[in-house]
Design a protein around this ligand. Structure first.
Ligand code: SAH
Length: 357
């Protein structure tokens, strides 16, 4: 048994079943044995691959969209250039390269990275070497500055709670022990005000998920944006309103049982974009874009044009890879429909590039 599985088993034996959120937090972020705390999980040799690791075009287009917002808002200086959960730092490196030609953008940017993993902070430091990032544990600690932020596949890594609807209300899905092994079970039913609005669109037996940390992060960013200006772009896999069990474990690009070997597999859940939008709506002076599929967003930002100009310099296998990467980011059967984009910005400003109805 791995040290982390032994720790979780001992905790449940002593204190009783734990929530899915507690389990995810341990599996992903335990400082000694957690998945993100101990490794670089990205790329073909890792467990999964993300959009910025698929092609430089992703970070370039996101960067130019954020820079366009910055120009639309009168090029405020200084401003906080923020990424939540930057992974290897690839998106930010591509964003910074693409925005070099935007007059004043780099001089005004104060780079802030919200990242809890010490291992990934080290990689980000190497990849963003000349730019002197400031690392923060929490979005709540961001400075009081105009804030232009991006979060790609960040919210899907935040712990979720799962609830099954029953005749009496909601029963929380928890992880307990059976014959010494981790197993899913249900807590006794309780009324839950946070899920009152889901009584209308679910029936008994259905499961819904909530991400308790997400609204606080959205409002922390949103308050800075509403007060000082800026925008935040959130890109993730998921949909408008959560439905069903979406907890997923990936190891070496294959789905595995989430409970078998915590800390060895990536754990994610679909992002509920309605919950992000509802949190944004609670901040006075803030508005949000419609939710737009990633493929549509990237096409509107001109990915085909950029892909063609990069393709002109390629031959053979690198050209084939480049064409496959373009398809992977945008095609509805790949990431184009499953991944969605939502931005928030001050109510009085222009819309976010690519995110209109
Ligand atoms: N955006 C990157 C990485 C996505 S993986 C990409 O697209 O490639 C999720 C990232 O979020 C990792 O960097 C992970 O360490 C970080 N992360 C996960 N939970 C976090 C939390 N609660 N606070 C800050 N960072 C977190």
């Amino acid at each position: 048994m791995s040290p982390l599985l032994a720790q979780i088993t001992a905790r449940i034996a002593a204190d009783g079943p734990i929530t899915v959120a507690d389990f995810m937090a341990e599996a992903l972020m335990n400082p000694a044995h957690g998945y993100y705390a101990t490794r670089d999980p990205f790329g073909t040799a890792g467990d999964f691959i993300t959009a910025p690791e698929i092609s430089q075009m992703f970070g370039e287009l996101v960067g130019l969209a954020l820079a366009q917002c910055w120009l639309d808002q009168g090029a405020p200086a200084p401003f906080a250039l923020v990424e939540l959960g930057p992974g290897r730092g690839t998106l930010m490196a591509d964003l910074l390269r693409a925005t070099r030609a935007v007059p004043g953008f780099h001089d005004a940017a104060r780079l802030h990275l919200v990242e809890t993993s010490a291992t990934l902070r080290g990689l980000q430091g190497q990849n963003l070497h000349p730019h002197h990032p400031v690392w923060l544990d929490r979005a709540e600690d961001l400075p009081d500055l105009p804030c232009f932020a991006v979060a790609n596949e960040f919210f899907d890594a935040l712990p979720i709670r799962q609830f099954q609807r029953t005749a009496d209300g909601w029963q929380e899905r928890r992880i307990g022990l059976r014959d010494g092994a981790l197993t899913f079970g249900l807590a006794p039913a309780t009324p839950l005000p946070a899920l009152a609005h889901r009584l209308t669109d679910t029936s008994p037996g259905e499961l819904v998920e909530i991400c308790p940390a997400a609204p606080g992060i959205v409002t922390a960013l949103g308050q800075r944006i509403a007060t000082h200006g800026g925008a935040a772009l959130m890109i993730d896999y998921g949909d408008w309103r959560s439905r069903g069990d979406t907890l997923q474990a990936l190891h070496a690009h294959q789905p595995v049982d989430p409970l078998t070997d915590p800390g060895q597999a990536d754990l994610t859940a679909h992002v509920d974009f309605e919950a992000l939008a509802r949190a944004a709506q609670t901040v006075p002076g803030l508005t949000h874009s419609p939710m737009v599929p990633q493929g549509v967003f990237l096409e509107r930002l001109g990915i085909t044009h950029r892909a063609q100009s990069l393709a002109a310099k390629l031959r053979g296998a690198p050209l084939d890879q480049h064409i496959a990467a373009h398809r992977r980011l945008t095609h509805p059967e790949e990431m184009g429909s499953l991944f969605k984009c939502l931005a928030m910005m001050p109510s009085h400003t222009a819309t976010f590039p690519g995110l209109t109805t």
